[in-house]
Design a binder for this molecule. Structure first.
Ligand code: GLA
Length: 377
C-alpha cells in the first residue's frame, strides 16, 4: 500500500472505527459486514445436572466471547468462515453441512427460519476465544452469537429468552445432546460481574453478587470429555426413570429426601444428587460469606463424584489440590463432567498465586492443566 493510501485508510478508520470482528470479516470476504454480535461462554458455580430436571442453576459469564459478523452475499449459497474450519464451508438451508462446527450455525439459521424469518444467503465470519471442549459452553456462545447477529441483521423480533430457547433446540436437534437450558440462558442473559440464579422450570432469574472479596478461578484438567455426550444422555434417562419411580413429572417436584432414600441404589443416588444440589444452589444464592459458599461447592463435587458419577480421577485430583490450597474457599468440577474444567471460589488477591501453585502441583502429579479464567491479557 502506498504512503498516501495508507494515510487515507488510517483517516477513514479514525472516522469510522471498525471492530476487530469487522476487520477479520473484511480480510476474508473483501467487504464490510452488515451486522455483528457476540456472546460469552459461561462457568457454572453450582447446580450441575439440575437443569434438565427443572431445577436451579447458578452460572456466571466468562470474559471469553464468540464473535459473529454477517452480510447478505447476493448468491445462492451461504459461505461460512471460522478459525475452527480448515477452509470456508459453502451450504444451503436444504442440506446440513458435513462439518460438525458448521452444523451448529446451519441449525440456528434453520430454526430462525422456522420462527418465520426469511433468511437470504449470507457470508458469515466466526471468531472465538471461548475454550472448546472443556465445559465452558463454547457451543452455546456460538449459537447465541449467530442468533443475535441474525436478529440484528434482519431486525427479528426475538427477545433474549427466545434466543436462548432456539439455541438450546439447535444443540438438541443438531448436536444430539439432550441438554437443559442453562448454557444458552447464561450465554444470552448473564454477565461477568454477577452470577445468574435461574429457575429452569419457570425461567425466573435474578443476578447474585459473589461474596465480597472473592473471585472465580477456572482451570482445565487437560482431560478431554470423551464420554460426555453418551454419558450425559444416559444420566438424563436415569433421572427420568427415578422421577417415574417417584411418581413425579420431574425430580424438581420431590419435596423430601425420604422417598428418594427408599429407591433402588442407582436411581436413589442420581435423584439424591439432584435433590441436594438444588438445595445447595438456593443456599449459595443467599450466602454473603465466601467460606459458606465454598463449602457448598465442595459438597457439590462430592455429590457429583459419588452419587452422580460424572467425575474422573484427574478432576478429583485437581479439585483436591484446589480445596487444600490457602486462599481457596471451595472447588468442584464444572459443566457436564467426564473431563474438562474445574471451578474454584478464591480470595480475589490470591487468585494468580493459587493458579500457579495448583497447576505446578498438578504437573508434579503427572498431569497437564492450564489456566482458563481469569484469562491471560
Ligand atoms: C451441559 C449441558 C447443560 C447442563 C450441564 C450440566 O453443560 O449443556 O444443559 O445440563 O451440562 O449441569
Amino acid at each position: 500500500m502506498s504512503h498516501v493510501a495508507m494515510e487515507a485508510e488510517v483517516a477513514a478508520r479514525a472516522e469510522h472505527p471498525r471492530s476487530t470482528g469487522a476487520r477479520d470479516f473484511e480480510q476474508v470476504f473483501h467487504g464490510w459486514p452488515e451486522a455483528e454480535a457476540q456472546a460469552p461462554g459461561r462457568v457454572n458455580l453450582l447446580g450441575e445436572h439440575t437443569d434438565y430436571n427443572d431445577g436451579f442453576v447458578l452460572p456466571v459469564a466468562i470474559p471469553q466471547q464468540t464473535r459473529v459478523a454477517m452480510r447478505r452475499n447476493g448468491t445462492a449459497q451461504f459461505r461460512l468462515h471460522a478459525a475452527e474450519l480448515d477452509s470456508a464451508v459453502h451450504f444451503t438451508l436444504h442440506a446440513a453441512p458435513q462439518e460438525h462446527f458448521a452444523s451448529y450455525v446451519w441449525g440456528c439459521l434453520c430454526l430462525a427460519r422456522e420462527e418465520g424469518a426469511e433468511i437470504p444467503p449470507l457470508d458469515i465470519h466466526v471468531a472465538s476465544d471461548v475454550p472448546m471442549g472443556v465445559g465452558l459452553s463454547s457451543s452455546a456462545a456460538l449459537e447465541v452469537a449467530v442468533l443475535r447477529c441474525l436478529r440484528e441483521l434482519l431486525a427479528l423480533e426475538l427477545d433474549d429468552v427466545r434466543i436462548a430457547q432456539l439455541a438450546q433446540q439447535a444443540e438438541i436437534q443438531f448436536a444430539g445432546v439432550r441438554c437443559g437450558i442453562m448454557d444458552q440462558m447464561a450465554s444470552s442473559l448473564a454477565d461477568t460481574a454477577r452470577a445468574l440464579l435461574l429457575d429452569t422450570r419457570s425461567l425466573e432469574r435474578r443476578p447474585v453478587p459473589l461474596p465480597a472479596g472473592s473471585a472465580v478461578l477456572v482451570l482445565d484438567s487437560g482431560v478431554a470429555r470423551s464420554l460426555a455426550a453418551s454419558g450425559y444422555n444416559q444420566r438424563r434417562a436415569e433421572c427420568e426413570e427415578a422421577a417415574r419411580l417417584l411418581g413425579v413429572a420431574s425430580l424438581r417436584e420431590v419435596e423430601h429426601l425420604e422417598p428418594i432414600e427408599a429407591l433402588p441404589d442407582l436411581p436413589r443416588r442420581r435423584a439424591r444428587h439432584v435433590f441436594t444440589e438444588n438445595a445447595r444452589v438456593l443456599k449459595a444464592a443467599a450466602c454473603t460469606d465466601a467460606a459458606a459458599f465454598g463449602a457448598l461447592m465442595n459438597a457439590s463435587h462430592a455429590s457429583l463424584r459419588d452419587d452422580y458419577e460424572v467425575s474422573t480421577p484427574e478432576l478429583d485430583s485437581l479439585v483436591d489440590l484446589l480445596q487444600r490450597q490457602p486462599g481457596v474457599h471451595g472447588a468442584r468440577l464444572t459443566g457436564a463432567g467426564f473431563g474438562g474444567a474445574c471451578v474454584a471460589l478464591c480470595d480475589e488477591d490470591a487468585i494468580q498465586q493459587v493458579a500457579l501453585d495448583v497447576l505446578e502441583q498438578y504437573r508434579r502429579a503427572g498431569h497437564q492443566g492450564r489456566l482458563l479464567v481469569p484469562s491471560s491479557p
